[in-house]
Design a protein around this ligand. Structure first.
Ligand code: DAH
Length: 340
């Protein structure tokens, strides 16, 4: 009997497994009703009385260690199951939903640049804080012009006037002062106006300005360039219409409408039932502007145009409230995806 106990003890102490079935086999072998340990207890009757005390202790010890081993093995299998659940499966596809997207204003701004770059326009930028000369005077704004009024302009300093630029036309002046014709460039950027915020207006918005200066640039060149742009931006079926207008820095000046891309010209509340929507201002560069930049207005002619990016984006995406572009609610922003 001593022999058996020794063997079993060795087997129990040395036993190990991670497999649930083998743990159960261990239990059946040693601890079940007909298992090895209960049968040792059955043999206990034949132990001589003087050895019973000692044998009882050894047997109980053996049973205790078998029970302990069983508990340990069961626990270890349980905790393996839990950590399996927590484990990361590196072969699963990742969740792309948290990937960022470009802001719709960047998407549309880049698209405008891309369309004009295909016909040779380059890109330049100017400062957002501007002096009176570049924002107004050199652009032929008369001294008392209402656009200089406190209502429209965010002034930073008085005498000499420094303000946040009210349009990207100021970059025309900076570029014409530094480079000589021919030039064909776009000036994208943020502009600032002291206006009440509403669904249609914001105090910060984005513009893309265009300038083309060379010998013999004509109004027909302007018109064809803008027609090309409108078709690329809004679709081949898009038509344009130029209405006479006034800007101090262009003569003649015009505002350009595109045929309403929402109702196809039939009339809807976006085009106010006219079939046309205004998208930009344009014109032939005023000779005074050339002279202000030391460019000979007898030799050079040119056209300029300026458009609001938010306005184009509102028409393109049919979003009627400009404020959505500034609130940056991800539920709004994540709807826009683009390769640009
Ligand atoms: N600067 C004008 C504005 O902010 C837009 C504009 C009109 C730009 C006519 C031009 C132009 O270059 O020729 O409203």
């Amino acid at each position: 009997m001593h022999e058996k106990i020794k063997r079993y003890k060795k087997e129990i102490d040395g036993f190990t497994t991670e497999i649930a079935e083998e743990v159960d086999q261990f239990r059946i072998r040693f601890l079940s009703k007909k298992g090895l340990i209960p049968s040792l207890f059955a043999d206990f009757k034949s132990v001589p009385p003087e050895q019973r005390r000692e044998m009882g202790r050894i047997l109980n010890e053996l049973k205790g260690s078998a029970q302990k081993k069983l508990n340990e093995l069961r626990e270890s299998i349980e905790s393996n199951k839990v950590s399996e659940k927590k484990a990361i499966d590196l072969t699963l596809p990742t969740d792309f939903s948290s990937l960022g997207t470009r802001h719709p204003i960047s998407i549309v701004g880049n698209e405008i640049i891309e369309i004009f770059s295909r016909i040779g326009f380059t890109v330049s930028e100017g400062p957002e804080i501007e002096d009176d000369w570049h924002n107004f005077s050199a652009l032929n704004f008369p001294e008392e012009h209402p656009a200089r009024d406190m209502q429209d302009t965010f002034f930073i300093e008085k005498d000499p006037d420094v303000s946040l630029r009210t349009h990207t036309s100021s970059v025309q002046i900076r570029v014409m002062e530094e480079t000589k014709p021919p030039m064909r460039a776009l000036f994208p950027g943020r502009v600032f106006r002291n206006e009440a915020i509403s669904a249609r207006a914001h105090c910060i918005f984005h513009q893309v300005e265009g300038l083309y200066v060379d010998k013999n640039v004509s109004f027909a060149d302007l018109k064809q360039t803008l027609l090309y742009f409108a078709k690329e931006m809004f679709g081949e079926e898009t038509g344009i219409r130029l209405r006479p207008s006034y800007f101090p820095f262009t003569e003649p000046s015009a505002e350009m409408d595109i045929s309403c891309n929402i109702c196809g010209g039939k009339g809807c509340n976006i085009c106010k039932y006219t079939g046309w929507v205004e998208i930009l201002g344009c014109g032939m560069v005023d000779p005074n502007v050339f002279e202000n930049c030391d460019i000979d207005s007898k030799k050079q002619t040119g056209f300029a145009f300026g458009m609001g990016v938010e306005r184009i984006a509102m028409l393109k995406y049919q979003v009627n409230d400009i404020r959505l572009y500034f609130e940056n609610d991800v539920r709004f922003l994540k709807q826009f995806r683009s390769a640009l």
